[in-house]
Ligand binder design. Structure first.
Ligand code: HEM
Length: 225
């Protein structure tokens, strides 16, 4: 075996690199008081609705760009119809807020900034778009399932039904296998080491955007004493 082959074999797969590099950020997101208060039943369903509205603004940004990126060599392979969440969010919000749920709806400033960054990446930097894609969809397929379970119990939604459809991937029968496939896409991404590092940095930024949205939600829904 020549030296090049040995190095290639020993190199850390990109899926591992991005998971390990964002681990600390993940723990921070996981510990956000808004999430623990929400899922611990210390906030009303209005807070859950406000959070779901933020997701709608975000996924419109992520998925609005999908068509244009489908043929892109870097981002294109990640765009898979079964991941699309916007229709599910719209069903959840119609259930939660009634037919005119969109009327007067505005994103929180942190959500607007997050969505604007996703749109900017989609326009100008496919690698950055992948960072945002990974952070949201791999999270939804993983911790999202814990969130769904708790939300069903806390707010009385029927299992995998209106109100929590965002967390239900009808087109993915085996999430563990899907995630394995997704990691393979990461491992074969058309990017050199420098670009991979930039993608990791953008992933950390994506976690920070999520943290900022949680902060603003906490401010809007303080715990009553
Ligand atoms: C209540 C909050 C959360 C819980 C309980 C949670 C829980 C988890 C768990 C258990 C996993 C590992 C699943 C596995 O190994 O397959 C995971 C993975 C992940 N989570 Fe979260 N999470 C939460 C919030 C978040 C947030 C806010 C984000 C970012 C938006 C996020 C992004 C991710 C990502 C990207 C992964 C995939 C890591 C990888 O395998 O590459 N999570 N989460």
């Amino acid at each position: 075996m020549d030296a090049t082959a040995t190095t290639a074999t020993a190199a850390t797969p990109f899926s591992t690199l991005i998971r390990v590099a964002s681990h600390e950020k993940h723990d921070e997101a996981n510990a956000a008081p808004f999430m623990s208060n929400l899922l611990g039943g210390r906030l009303g369903v209005d807070a859950y609705v406000r959070y779901t509205e933020q997701l709608w603004f975000l996924y419109r940004a992520l998925e609005g760009a999908s068509g244009a990126l489908r043929e892109d060599p870097v981002a294109g392979p990640f765009i898979q119809n079964e991941l699309a969440r916007t229709p599910e969010l719209e069903r959840d919000l119609a259930h939660l807020g009634g037919a005119d749920w969109r009327t007067g709806l505005e994103p929180l400033p942190a959500t607007a900034a997050y969505a604007a960054r996703v749109e900017e990446c989609a326009r100008e930097w496919p690698g950055g778009f992948v960072a945002h894609h990974y952070t949201r969809y791999m999270g939804d397929l993983s911790g999202g399932q814990i969130v769904r379970d708790k939300a069903e119990k806390t707010y009385g939604f029927a299992r995998k039904s209106d109100g929590v459809r965002f967390y239900v991937f009808e087109g993915i029968s085996n999430p563990a296998a899907f995630k394995r496939g997704y990691r393979e896409l990461l491992d074969t991404i058309a990017a050199d080491d420098l670009e991979k590092q930039r993608i990791v940095d953008e992933c950390k930024r994506a976690f920070d955007f999520n943290g900022a949205v949680f902060e603003e939600l906490s401010a809007e829904f303080p715990l009553s004493a």
